[in-house]
Design a protein around this ligand. Structure first.
Ligand SMILES: NC(=O)c1ccc[n+]([C@@H]2O[C@H](COP(=O)([O-])OP(=O)(O)OC[C@H]3O[C@@H](n4cnc5c(N)ncnc54)[C@H](O)[C@@H]3O)[C@@H](O)[C@H]2O)c1
Length: 374
């Protein structure tokens, strides 16, 4: 994800008129050789061997925290205390206790912050939000989210070492709940308002794996799969499903909402499309006239009238994953300068709310009961 953020820093000024010019001052990784290669590929001016020195440098205004989850708290608090603006990757923290400490530090320092719930910046998801705000869904009844992948099915997939920290509870905090459902929860609450209570079940399909570095067999504590029911404050009800064992699914992040006036469906494996079903007039709620064209519409979200798309190419020309990070950074910088972003970026305080729901989901599965969320 360091590449996604570095690319966004390099590109954002080409597509958006911004009050700031971004200069890639310094990067860090625990692997110095890797950091030097990264520096030359992405055009950083320097490499810092110690991340604390990087965070404290006077010539750095914005710190982007893109490390495994267990490091987010320490890095965010240090950046806040050094007076930097912060972008932190999701999930915000290992748990709500950490998130609370991070919120306190950021609020005490008064620094701008954002958490990288990047899917809100997909133009189709942003259009989903616009249709809700235009009352085209009407009164919501159902919200349905999935976030399914299949890359940990083999029991030979080891734990530890580069990139496989996601299976290690001490590094990741939780499994699919923090890694994938945090995205689904963020989007759900953005689109459909607060979740009031949850009832969850989690599963660990492969209970022991080999540590990639030591060869030791370790017990897996993170959730391989998680399903939960949700009741939203607006009275609608939701289902959420996430797993890394859905054979054939790579990044099946979907969301559907069904309401009195219409319905909307998005699937990240076809990210340039939004599906919409029109039933009621957004002004009156009266049923619109039906004819032979009645049915789901699959909208190719590439026109300049669609969110963010006036910044890019001609209609019909799609944009990709990397653009969500460009859009996110643009919105953050515009928000920081007091301007009006396309949509506001979730701050660290906002993301603590998502962490609270994630914690409630894990607690519900552990205690096998509904958990009420404040
Ligand atoms: N927003 C999204 O769509 C999205 C997608 C993937 C990952 N993420 C999040 O981004 C973060 C990073 O994930 P990733 O997939 O890039 O992981 P990764 O393992 O590919 O990269 C992590 C980087 O952190 C470095 N690192 C590890 N331990 C370190 C330490 N002690 N000190 C300094 N650097 C250290 C590693 O060397 C590596 O460069 C995670 O929080 C993850 O949840 C977000």
């Amino acid at each position: 994800m360091g590449r996604a953020h570095s690319n966004a820093c390099n590109q954002v000024g080409h597509f958006f008129d911004l009050p700031y010019r971004l200069v890639l001052k310094s990067c860090h990784s625990r692997n110095l050789e890797k950091a030097r290669k990264f520096q030359s590929v992405w055009g950083y001016e320097s490499v810092e061997e110690d991340w604390r020195k990087l965070v404290e440098r006077d010539d750095i205004d914005l710190v982007v925290v893109v490390t495994p989850n267990y490091l987010h708290k320490e890095m965010v608090i240090a950046a806040a205390e050094a007076g930097k603006a912060i972008i932190c990757e999701k999930p915000l923290a290992m748990n709500m206790q950490e998130a609370t400490e991070m919120v306190a530090a950021v609020e005490a320092a008064g620094v701008p912050s954002a958490v990288s719930f990047c899917y809100r910046r997909n133009p189709s998801v942003a259009l989903f939000k616009q249709l809700i705000d235009e009352n085209r869904i009407g009164r919501p009844f159902h919200y349905r989210a999935t976030y399914n992948q299949d890359y940990t099915i083999s029991e030979k997939v080891p734990v530890g070492g580069n990139s496989l920290w996601r299976l290690d509870g001490n590094i990741a905090g939780s499994g699919v709940t923090g890694d994938l459902l945090a995205h689904s929860i963020d989007t759900a609450e953005w689109l459909n308002g607060p979740i009031e209570k949850v009832c969850a079940h989690t599963e660990i399909f492969i209970k022991e794996r080999k540590n990639a570095e030591t060869g030791e067999i370790i017990t897996i504590t993170i959730d391989d799969a998680c399903m939960f029911l949700a009741v939203f404050k607006n009275g609608s009800i939701g289902t959420f499903e996430s797993t890394r064992y859905a054979r054939g699914r790579k990044n099946f992040n979907t969301m559907e909402m069904n309401g009195s006036n219409g319905a909307c469906y998005f699937n990240l494996e076809e990210p340039e499309y939004l599906q919409f079903f029109r039933y009621g007039d957004p002004e009156t709620g009266e049923k619109v006239e039906e004819d032979h064209l009645t049915g789901w519409q699959k909208i190719l979200v590439t026109n300049k009238e669609h969110p963010y798309m006036d910044r890019y190419w001609v209609p019909g020309t799609v944009i990709g994953y990397e653009h969500y990070f460009i859009n996110q950074l643009a919105d953050f910088l515009i928000q920081m300068s007091g301007g009006t972003p396309v949509y506001p970026v979730p701050t660290i305080s906002d993301a603590a709310r998502t962490q609270k729901v994630c914690d409630a989901v894990i607690q519900s599965a552990r205690e096998e009961r509904w958990i009420q969320i404040d």
